[in-house]
Design a binder for this molecule. Structure first.
Ligand SMILES: C[S@@+](CC[C@H](N)C(=O)[O-])C[C@H]1O[C@@H](n2cnc3c(N)ncnc32)[C@H](O)[C@@H]1O
Length: 410
């Protein structure tokens, strides 16, 4: 089933996404996504292009093979992941005092693999009180456990755990790039992936850049971290770029030295709003977002937009043939929720707190219970993959408790 590579083996790599006409009224609700009526020659923002490419009528995530046909997430790597999430749900349940109805929401559920795995791993006494929801844009897969309710939007109110594994990286973003004068401009793209610069970034998007991803000289560490693959994602200046510029226009490094040309950023406004909307569905409980992420101190100077197709990382081309993804500014998402107690920790830190460790079984088990030893060895290998530095272990968990204490604190 798995096509091979994990999407996020190098957390510094860029990924991508895109948009449609006008702002989304609610990022949790896609609303109508236009059909592909433009030719490859039409220039659109990345947000519009990726939105259609991923979720339009012929979008990548509408395909029958589902995400697991193209890349592996932690959910696909091992059942240990779902068991850990089930343990987390049990802790939330205990913290809530064992309510008569406990909710588990698998947000952006793919084909419902995590929902099914959590349901299977719950102790009977908890499972009998638990309502499991899979929230997903794509249709319900055949053969899914009938106890799992398949929804296009999260239920509300939720009392329990909302868990979003690799959702926010697939919420389309605008891409900005600095031009020759240091002004951040919207990157426009055609269906074949060709890019050029558009108008300067202004308003709320410019404000978001200033606060969360400043493109000032010095912050991009010019010359550092640049790799051959990144160069292909740098947009050329096109018609209109550089016209009518005034000092202070756009989020140039106006407060300091001029920004270097070619720095890129992915504007996470829609992700902030999507996360805040998801958290708002909770009455009491815990919301968790897990993704490859960066924080203000570690933003990559040239962005992370990229594509995945059939187990391989590819150039991001918004034609519906590949995933389009970009790392998530999870610190900005956290700040979008006006609730106390949010914190970030790596998957390498989180999973051991839920009983997942890569410790090898004792050698003595090999002679007393050879089959058990082999099983334990395989399990240790899977745990090691889920927590590996430079791989899935570098994923970041955003924990957002709502009306309960931090159930992952020791
Ligand atoms: C990378 S896959 C992750 C699937 C699954 N969570 C996993 O970890 O294997 C991202 C999924 O998010 C879904 N998705 C994106 N935006 C969504 C939204 N607003 N509501 C529901 N599902 C969404 C996509 O359709 C896709 O199946």
């Amino acid at each position: 089933m798995c096509a091979g590579v994990n999407r996020r083996t190098d957390p510094r790599r860029a990924r991508v996404l895109r948009k449609v006409e006008g702002p989304l009224p609610c990022p949790l609700s896609l609303g109508p996504v236009t059909a592909v009526t433009n030719g490859a020659g039409e220039w659109r923002s990345w947000r519009a292009a990726a939105r259609e490419a991923l979720y339009g009528p012929r979008g990548f995530y509408r395909r029958p093979e589902g995400p697991a046909g193209h890349f592996r997430t932690s959910v696909h790597v091992s059942p240990l992941f779902a068991r850990a999430v089930a343990r987390l749900l049990c802790r939330v349940d205990a913290e809530l005092g064992g309510p008569a109805r406990l909710d588990f929401v698998d947000m952006a559920a793919g084909r419902g693999e995590l929902a099914a795995g959590v349901l299977a791993a719950l102790p009977a006494g908890v499972a009998s009180r638990t309502r499991v929801y899979a929230v997903e844009i794509a249709g319900r897969p055949e053969g899914l456990d009938h106890r799992i309710e398949w929804l296009a939007e999260p239920p509300r109110p939720v009392t329990g755990l909302l868990f979003a594994n690799e959702w926010l990286d697939n919420v389309p973003v605008e891409v900005a790039q600095t031009d020759a004068t240091g002004v951040a401009r919207r990157v426009l793209v055609r269906d074949d992936g060709t890019e050029r610069l558009g108008e300067p970034v202004t308003g709320a998007e410019a404000e978001w850049l200033r606060r969360w991803w400043p493109l000032a000289a010095g912050t991009g560490r010019p010359g550092e971290d640049r790799r051959p693959g990144e160069a292909r994602h740098r947009a050329q200046e096109g018609p209109g770029a550089g016209e009518g510029l005034r000092a202070g226009e756009g989020p140039r490094a106006g407060e300091g030295p001029r920004a270097e040309e070619g720095l890129r950023a992915e504007i996470g406004l829609d992700r902030d709003a999507a996360w805040a909307s998801a958290v708002a569905t909770l009455d009491r409980g815990l919301a968790v977002a897990v993704d490859y992420a960066h924080t203000r101190e570690t933003r990559p100077p040239f962005g992370t937009l990229t594509g995945f197709r059939a187990g391989r990382e590819t150039a991001p081309v918004p034609d519906g043939s590949c995933d389009i993804t970009a790392h998530v500014a999870l610190d900005a998402c956290a700040a979008a929720c006006p609730l106390p107690g949010a914190r970030l920790l790596s998957q390498r830190e989180a999973l051991p707190l839920l009983g997942v460790t890569g410790a090898r079984p004792p050698l003595a088990l090999a002679s007393s219970d050879p089959a058990g030893y082999v099983r334990a060895l395989a399990s240790a290998g899977e745990a090691a993959e889920l927590t590996a530095p430079g791989g899935l272990g570098d994923f970041v968990w955003l924990l957002q408790p709502v009306g309960i204490r931090d159930v992952l604190s020791p």
